[in-house]
Design a protein around this ligand. Structure first.
Ligand code: MN
Length: 317
């Protein structure tokens, strides 16, 4: 089956919604809408991701002038990892928060010397996606006491400013490179066998994104999807990043006096609408990634006119 994946902004998403209205079918959970036309299914998500699957996926994407978010990020360019890579001394990096409407984007790097691997394994270090929030917080504390790490946090406010100039993958690339570089300055280079980046775009694209940076980590760098399954350093980085993300949500929750959830579902919209009503756009900017399609829904929920939303939208595209 042909598949085409695009990342679009909120305006394009509403445009697609309007154009495809006659073809809308039952909306799956987490989707904004799903349409079936010409042997092809089009599913749009709140994050702005649009997936076209079927015979005419490519043609329909072209008709709507959608650009693929996968082609520069295809995983077939992944580095082939050397044998025994998992027992090397590796510095890994991972990011959290890019799919969450509320809260920051956090990238962490972590260095795991081969001698420390068994200690981390015994402690239960693994992909943060398989761990409860409580376990993540505990393991993060443990890791911070036992291995060198670096976290970089982009507040929603900063993210909204930056998103005018850079796309999400570019922001990620800059953060990964910076987190790896900053940590590398604290460690004798002879101890680092390799760097492993949890892959989110092709190596070539990644290096295009960081080309203007003063310091670029490019020697002994490997990219792999499901990085945490190839080396525990990426799992450690994912845990540290996730714990920092949760802490940030906690701080926002205390500050705004309500629970700020992660994810991009109903609950996030309701909370965001509440903040928008109470604190206005300045409040919303401080908790939400405004380019997500959720923002339009949030304005509706808050009972604010669409013209207000369009105004905001222009500011943040
Ligand atoms: Mn990742």
């Amino acid at each position: 089956m042909n598949t085409f994946v695009a990342q679009v902004d909120a305006t394009t998403l509403s445009y697609l919604h309007t154009q495809l209205t006659p073809y809308i079918v039952a909306t799956p959970q987490y989707a904004v809408f799903q349409a079936k036309t010409q042997h092809t299914t089009i599913t749009a998500y709140k994050s702005g991701k649009v997936v076209l699957q079927g015979k005419f996926a490519q043609q329909i994407a072209e008709k709507f002038q959608l650009t693929s978010s996968l082609s520069p990020c295809a995983s077939n360019t992944s580095s082939v990892l050397p044998k025994q890579f998992s027992i090397w001394s590796v510095m890994g990096s991972d990011e959290v928060g890019t799919g969450s409407y509320l809260g920051p984007v956090v990238v962490a790097s972590a260095f795991v010397d081969k001698k420390t691997i068994p200690l981390l394994q015994q402690a239960g270090v693994q992909d943060s996606k398989n761990l409860s929030d409580t376990a993540i917080r505990e393991l993060s504390q443990f890791l911070k006491q036992n291995i060198p790490y670096k976290t970089l946090t982009v507040s929603p406010e900063k993210y909204n400013e930056t998103h005018n100039t850079y796309n999400m993958n570019q922001i990620k690339a800059l953060l990964h490179n910076r987190a790896l570089y900053l940590l590398s300055t604290k460690i004798d280079h002879h101890f680092i066998d390799a760097y492993l980046i949890d892959e989110f775009c092709a190596k070539k694209t990644y290096y295009r994104y960081v080309a203007d940076e003063e310091q670029v980590i490019e020697d002994r760098v490997y990219f792999a999807t499901k990085g945490e399954s190839h080396h525990i350093a990426v799992a450690a980085a994912s845990i540290i990043a996730r714990a920092a993300f949760l802490d940030y949500l906690d701080t926002l929750s205390t500050e705004f006096g309500m629970t700020i959830p992660s994810g991009a579902g109903e609950q996030s919209d309701v909370v965001a609408a509440n903040i928008l009503q109470r604190y206005g756009l300045d409040g919303l900017k401080r908790i939400a990634k405004l380019h997500f399609a959720n923002t339009e829904k949030v304005f509706q929920l808050a009972g604010l006119p669409k013209t207000d939303w369009l105004h905001v939208h222009q500011l943040f595209q």
